[in-house]
Design a protein around this ligand. Sequence first.
Ligand code: HEM
Length: 205
Amino acid sequence: MSGKIYLYPVWVRLWHGLNAILIILLILSGVSMQYTDPANPFIRFDIAVKMHNISGIILSVNYIVFILGTFMTPNGKYYKIAMKGLTQRLIKQFTYYTFGIFKHEKPPFPISKDSKFNPLQQFTYVGAMFVLVPIVIITGWALLYPELVLTKIMGGSGLKFNDFIHVIIGFFVSFFMFVHIYFCTIGATFISNFRSMVTGFHESH
Ligand code: HEM
């Protein structure tokens, strides 16, 4: 059966579009600053620093929009993980992605107005938005104002530790994004999930 359900309100689509663009800019400028040859950088160093700082500041404001939207609108209900039976649900969805989908089985957790995310989506979205992204934002602000945060609170040694956490968790966010985009291609058609984030309507098989 095929059908369309309105699942992505305007604010989610606007937040998500800006979030995706900023994270891509942060990855490009971050990787350029960290890894390219300073004599022949991918993005000129001073430009990469400005790009990274400005994108990080806008991302922080956009993150506040996400938090307010999540706690103040009905969209928040999709982020509440029911702990009972969680492992079994995750295994069931994982088994579907690794075997069932190739045998054209029906998805074990069909998308509906009451349940927008399958268990793996819900788990990874909560992990990305409530663990990874806030850690990157907090450690990023600490790097922007090291004299206020790191030397005062943690002593000089905090600087390297904070930098390490920022880079590692930033890498996890990048990894999340690539896996996320891959899974978004497994919709009713290759592009239907991407279209959903433009129109607001989820298209089912
Ligand atoms: C170019 C990059 C990206 C693309 C093409 C993309 C694509 C999509 C698509 C098609 C959906 C709707 C289908 C679904 O719910 O799975 C979605 C939802 C979502 N994406 Fe992304 N995404 C990108 C980057 C990101 C990043 C960087 C994050 C977080 C760090 C993120 C977090 C989310 C969340 C939390 C949702 C669910 C939103 C809601 O309905 O409440 N996405 N994404």
